[in-house]
Ligand binder design. Structure first.
Ligand code: ADP
Length: 464
């Protein structure tokens, strides 16, 4: 705003200065013309008398021309006065100096503003012997009424101030209108967004209250709110499931302890009771550890190491942990030996990922079945496959088994897990920028397949 006002002011200033110098110049030219013609009429006779070769009617007339004339001799005596001066000469000039003369702004006779030119001239003595009498010196003073010029300049100044001020005010008004029309909807949206609270996650910004250009912003904010709302709902569900999951074994622990203490028992009974307590406490520890793993995977991928690893080695080591369990259950555990599969990732978390998949496969596969674990590099991707010949997973459950605390009701295995294993697998896969798929045929078996970037193929790692 200040910039546009400054521009307008300097433009008006330039225009006025130019017009002023032109007006003053025109008046000065007129003064010079007059003084030259009037000076030419001055004659010094051989006797020394001065003759002004005009009759009084030719002297400047203020009524008609707005002009005054005074001619002074070397003693400063007025020898010619225009009649309109009524006997009093124009203001007395400085000493005689040769040259074109100076123009001054004065208060002329009767207080009329005037421009005054004072010129010093020499006039030769008429008909005198050459080299005889020295020329005589005079000062010619011509003044012109400057009111019209000053009025025109004042009008111009007024016009410039009015139009300039108008332009500034107009641009100010337009600027305010524009800012209002753009910022108004933003303010409304801001005010609306400020009233949103976590308790009120259903409410959304109304795009119809804002101008078209801001629709996208409102929609983007709304979709961010949708995601936030979903995340908060998931967190709430997670917290309530987690507390339920931990409360159940605590209740079992307390009930067992109360039962044991109800009456005196034999040492053997106490031992059995303590063993049960130990088992329940072990389950609680597992749940707590799993919750911690999930929270870490949730926090962000930042907490994950980015080490160069061989996925086939991680898979073989994790599967080997389950060899005794598989043998105990009469399940054949096969680990395929193939080419090295270089990836970038967190060794501990990837070990846990393979363990959870193999643990489920061994747990759910009945005696005589097979569990096979294989890591391979295909189409620039690292793939880990864990396949079993277990009971399979019905279609209606397939979409939900990666949800936290989701378990398929099965009398045989119900007590063994909290439904967190696959949720953890999913979190780790995502943190590695990968994805997981499951295929299953009830009665025939299941196949879990994890895909992630091969090292040197778009994972930011280096080719090994
Ligand atoms: P949990 O830790 O309780 O095993 P998961 O999240 O690992 O929970 O698995 C969720 C559910 O998916 C399990 O309750 C089980 O019913 C089913 N499931 C997982 N893996 C298999 C598998 N290999 N074969 C059959 N069912 C499986």
């Amino acid at each position: 705003m200040a910039v546009s006002a400054g521009l307008v002011a300097s433009f008006a200033g330039v225009v006025y200065a130019r017009a002023r110098s032109m007006a003053h110049g025109a008046l000065e030219e007129e003064l010079r013309f007059r003084s030259t013609t009037l000076a030419a009429m001055l004659e010094v006779l051989p006797g020394g008398e001065v003759e002004f070769e005009v009759d009084r009617g030719m002297l400047p007339d203020f009524e008609r021309e707005g002009a005054w004339l005074t001619i002074l001799d070397e003693r400063g005596k007025a020898i010619v006065l225009s009649p309109n001066l009524a006997g009093s000469p124009l203001p007395s000039p400085g000493p005689w100096t040769a040259g074109p003369g100076e123009v001054a702004e004065i208060d002329g006779p009767g207080g009329v503003p005037a421009a005054l030119l004072t010129r010093s001239i020499e006039a030769a003595v008429e008909g005198g012997p050459p080299g005889g009498a020295a020329p005589r010196r005079f000062q010619v003073l011509v003044a012109l009424d400057a009111r019209e010029r000053d009025r025109a300049l004042a009008d111009l100044a007024l016009f410039l101030a009015a139009t300039g001020g108008g332009a500034v005010l107009l641009s100010l008004g337009l600027g305010i209108l524009l800012a209002r029309s753009v910022l108004g909807p933003v303010h409304r949206m801001t005010a609306e967004a400020a009233t949103l609270t976590p308790e009120d996650m259903e409410r959304r910004l109304r795009p119809d209250t804002v101008v078209k250009e801001l629709h996208r912003l409102a929609e983007t904010l709304n979709s961010a709110l949708d995601r936030l709302g979903e995340a908060m709902a998931r967190q709430r569900r997670f917290a309530s499931d987690a507390s339920h999951e931990l409360r159940t074994p605590v209740s079992v622990l307390m009930a067992n302890a109360e039962l044991l203490l109800r009456r005196p028992r034999s040492e053997e009974e106490y031992r059995m009771g303590l063993r049960r307590q130990l088992k329940t406490a072990g389950q609680m520890r597992d749940v707590a550890e799993n919750l911690l793993a999930l929270a870490r995977a949730d926090a962000s991928a930042d907490g994950f190491a980015r080490d160069p690893l061989l996925l086939d080695e991680v898979a073989a080591a994790a599967a080997a942990d389950f060899a005794p369990l598989a043998e105990e259950g009469g399940v054949r555990l096969e680990v395929a030996n193939g080419r090295p599969v270089p990836v970038t990732g967190d060794p501990v978390h990837l070990h846990r990922l393979v363990s959870n998949l193999v643990s489920n496969a061994v747990k759910f596969t009945p005696a005589g079945g097979v569990v096979s674990v294989r890591a391979s590099a295909e189409d620039g991707e690292a793939t880990l496959t864990v396949e079993d010949t277990g009971p399979g997973i019905a279609k209606e459950h397939l979409g939900r088994i990666f949800d936290r605390f989701y378990r398929i009701c099965d009398a045989r295995h119900q007590a063994e897990g909290a439904g967190l294993g696959l949720a953890i697998v999913d979190g780790i896969v995502r943190a590695h920028g990968g994805r997981i798929e499951v295929e299953s045929r009830p009665g025939e078996g299941s196949r879990f397949r994890v895909r992630m970037a091969l090292r040197g193929h778009g994972d930011g790692g280096e080719e090994s």
